[in-house]
Design a protein around this ligand. Structure first.
Ligand code: ZN
Length: 354
C-alpha cells in the first residue's frame, strides 16, 4: 500500500505527464500588443486563439489578466529563454565572446552573436531567469533556446567551426577531463592541439556542458514548480550528419539533453534548409528516438525570402504530426498575422479542435 501511495505521489509531481496530456497546438512569438490583437480585451484574445485551435502560446505572460483569460480557455503559457546568444553580452562582458579555432574572437553571422556557453555568471543568470519566469510570471514552462555552442545552422550550407577556446573553456576542460593544454602555445595552437590529440574528450566535454545546463535548469524549475515543463529547441541534425556536427560543433547531444528535459522541440525549419516537408517527419522521429521524450516540433511558416503557400504549410504541419509528435509549434504567429493568414490556423491545428 505504501508503495502505491509513493507511486501516486511520484506520478502527481511528474511533469512528463503534463507533456503527454493531449495534442499541443502552439504558437511562438505571441504578442498581445501586435496588430492582430490590438484593442481586444484579454478574454477576446483568448477566445480568438481558442477558435483557431491554439492551446499553447510562447509569449504574452507579462499580463496577469491575460494569463488568467488564456488559462480559462485551456491555453498554456510558455516562455522562451535565450541561453547562449546576444550581442549585449559581448558589450557588457567581453570575455563572453567565443574564441574560434584560429584563436580569434568569433564573428557575428547576420543577427546572430553567439556567446561562450561556459561563463559561470551567465549559467547562473539563465537559471535565475528560468526560476523567475515560473515564480513571478507563473508560466507553465520554459523552453531553452540557443542552448548550444556557436553555429548559425539554419541555412542549407552552414559554416561550421570549432569553438570555444577562451580561457574559461580551457580551464573547465582541464577541470572536467584532466587534460591540461600546454600554456606556452598560442591560442590557435591550443585549439589545434586539442582537436588533433583530444577530439573525443573535447566533444564529450562540450556535450556534457550543454546537457548539464539543461539538467540544472530543470532541477531549479521543478523545485520552484513541479508541474512546470522544461523544454528546449533542438537542432534537428542526425548524429552522423555533417560529420557529426550536432555533437562535435554544436555540443547538442539529444540523448543527454533529453534525460533532463520534459519536452524537446526540434527546429524543423524545412523551408530555411530547403528540404522537403517529409523531412520534418524524419527529423522529429530521430530527435524523439534520441531524447526519449515527447517532441513538439517547431516549424517555420515562411517569409518573403522563403515563401510557403497554404498547401505547403499544411503539408509541413501534417508531416510534423506524422512524426509521432505530441504537439506542433508555429514559428511564428507574427509572420502569419502580417501575411493575413491567420485563417489557415484551424486547418493546421485540427488535432486540437476535434
Ligand atoms: Zn569559452
Amino acid at each position: 500500500m505504501l508503495l502505491l501511495i509513493l507511486a501516486g505521489l511520484i506520478l502527481a509531481v511528474q511533469p512528463a505527464l503534463a507533456a503527454d496530456a493531449g495534442p499541443v497546438c502552439g504558437v511562438y512569438g505571441f504578442d498581445p500588443k501586435s496588430a492582430a490583437f490590438k484593442g481586444k480585451t484579454p478574454e477576446r484574445i483568448a477566445e480568438a486563439l481558442s477558435s483557431w485551435g491554439v492551446n499553447a502560446v510562447f509569449g504574452g505572460y507579462k499580463d496577469p489578466l491575460l494569463r488568467k483569460a488564456l488559462r480559462g480557455r485551456g491555453i498554456r503559457v510558455f516562455a522562451e529563454l535565450t541561453a547562449f546568444a546576444g550581442e549585449r553580452h559581448w558589450k557588457t562582458r567581453p570575455e563572453s565572446r567565443p574564441v574560434s579555432e584560429v584563436g580569434e574572437p568569433l564573428a557575428k553571422v547576420k543577427w546572430y552573436a553567439a556567446v561562450c556557453p561556459n561563463q559561470t555568471w551567465l549559467r547562473l543568470d539563465i537559471k535565475k531567469r528560468a526560476v523567475s519566469l515560473v515564480r513571478k510570471q507563473e508560466v507553465d514552462g520554459v523552453w531553452l533556446d540557443f542552448i548550444r555552442y556557436p553555429g548559425h545552422w539554419e541555412v542549407p550550407e552552414p559554416h561550421l567551426e570549432q569553438t570555444c577556446f577562451c580561457p574559461v573553456c580551457l580551464r573547465e576542460f582541464r577541470k572536467e577531463t584532466g587534460v591540461a593544454v600546454p600554456e606556452e602555445l598560442t591560442a590557435r595552437e591550443k585549439a589545434r592541439w586539442i582537436l588533433s590529440d583530444h577530439k573525443e574528450r573535447w566533444t564529450a566535454f562540450k556535450t556534457a556542458s550543454i546537457a548539464g545546463l539543461v539538467s540544472e535548469v530543470a532541477d531549479a524549475v521543478h523545485a520552484a514548480d513541479p508541474a512546470a515543463l522544461v523544454g528546449y529547441f533542438a537542432v534537428p541534425w542526425e548524429r552522423s550528419e555533417k560529420r557529426g556536427a550536432v555533437l562535435e560543433i554544436l555540443g547538442q547531444d539529444h540523448r543527454l539533453m533529453g534525460r533532463a528535459a520534459d519536452v524537446v522541440s526540434p527546429m524543423a525549419y524545412h523551408a530555411l534548409l530547403r528540404r522537403p516537408a517529409s523531412w520534418i517527419t524524419d527529423a522529429s522521429m530521430a530527435v524523439k528516438a534520441d531524447s526519449g521524450k515527447p517532441v513538439w516540433p517547431i516549424i517555420f511558416v515562411g517569409d518573403a525570402e522563403h515563401p510557403l503557400g497554404p498547401g505547403e504549410l499544411r503539408a509541413a504541419a501534417d508531416a510534423a504530426w506524422q512524426g509521432g509528435s505530441g504537439g506542433l509549434i508555429l514559428f511564428d504567429l507574427g509572420k502569419l498575422a502580417e501575411a493575413g493568414r491567420l485563417g489557415e490556423l484551424p486547418a493546421l491545428f485540427s488535432a486540437c479542435l476535434d
